[in-house]
Design a protein around this ligand. Structure first.
Ligand SMILES: Nc1ncnc2c1ncn2[C@@H]1O[C@H](COP(=O)(O)OP(=O)(O)OP(=O)(O)O)[C@@H](O)[C@H]1O
Length: 298
């Protein structure tokens, strides 16, 4: 299957006066991908997304969306749904009027009931935006972004402020859109969501793209962990591990399955109780923490 580049970010720089918010950022997103642009607070994610959305001009470098400059809003708008970090709906409009307005402005066609149903807002169809809760406004934002099932959907922290049921419903909708062929780019501070759903992840820190790849590619360089504690009279465990506190152990391993088996076999033979036993694969959180402590590239 040949891939088609939907977003091409080439040596993008965004500056605010003397402040350099995005530094030589380059990445591509292929058709059908779900790409998560992650990073520390102030890393430059929203600034980069705003250029992709056509809402901000690059200070230097080039961004192409569907092969065209995204500031060419008329060409791109019908094909790209956008959920901004802060919603900008008029408080006097009702929920259904807000969706229809976006549909009209973007020239996309769909039914209001369908998108409100996706985010469980059907009962709020005639409610004014000013009367919605914060989480309901975020869900309305999402509903307007996916109105018309656009080819490209850009979501800036879509699940922030949502309860767990709403987050699950939103991810179900995102997965459905992906199955239908949409390309999705998003930011989130919920790393476990990116770990579960993203095809590829870019990690930004202080304006720079510091890592990029699939989750297995990014987590491969760091060890998984096994944790447990032992009774005071228990023998020492088989693999090299000193207790981290009292009789609690933390084993870091690149061979999680084999080391866990060895530990369980040992506990069986010795009739030892492995208290509070847990085994965890390497997570994006670990990659983040490692990135935060390493020196910045020259
Ligand atoms: N309009 C602006 N004027 C001046 N500085 C700005 C402006 N917008 C953003 N910045 C600064 O640029 C940097 C990057 O901001 P941006 O919002 O892109 O980061 P982010 O990665 O989205 O952060 P967060 O995860 O906290 O939302 C921050 O230090 C921010 O204070």
């Amino acid at each position: 299957m040949t891939s088609e580049t939907i977003i091409d970010v080439d040596t993008l720089n965004v500056t605010y006066g003397d402040f350099h918010a995005v530094k030589d950022l380059s990445f591509q997103v292929e058709r059908g991908e779900l790409y998560a642009l992650l990073g520390t607070n102030g890393a430059g994610k929203t600034s980069a997304l705003e250029v992709i959305e056509g809402h901000r001009k690059a200070s230097s470098g080039a961004v192409r969306v569907f092969g065209t400059n995204p500031t060419n809003r008329r060409a791109v708008r019908p094909r790209m749904g956008i959920m901004l970090q802060d919603s900008g709906f008029s408080p006097d409009l009702t929920v259904s009027e807000s969706v229809r307005l976006i549909g009209h402005l973007t020239e996309r066609t769909d039914t209001v009931d369908r998108v409100l149903g996706l985010v469980d807002l059907t009962s709020k169809t005639d409610t004014r935006v000013s009367s919605l809760s914060g989480g309901e406004k975020r869900r309305l934002d999402f509903a307007t972004a996916v109105y018309g099932r656009p080819e490209l959907i850009v979501l800036d922290e879509p699940t922030t402020g949502l309860d767990i049921q709403s987050r699950d419903a939103l991810w179900d909708a995102v997965e459905q859109l992906r199955e239908d062929g949409s390309t999705i780019v998003l930011t989130t501070h919920y790393l476990e969501e990116a770990q579960q759903h993203a095809d590829r992840v870019g990690l930004m820190h202080r304006g720079l793209l510091r890592r990029q790849g699939t989750v297995p590619e990014l987590t491969r360089a760091l060890p998984a962990t096994i944790q447990f504690s032992l009774a005071p009279n228990a023998p020492a465990p088989p693999m090299h591990s000193a207790p981290v506190s009292d009789r609690s152990y933390l084993i870091e391993t690149f061979h999680l399955q084999a080391d866990l088996k060895q530990l369980l076999d040992w506990a069986d033979v010795q009739a030892v109780d492995l208290r509070e036993l847990s085994a965890a694969p390497t997570r994006l959180d670990d990659v983040f923490r490692a990135m935060d402590t390493e020196p910045a590239p020259a």
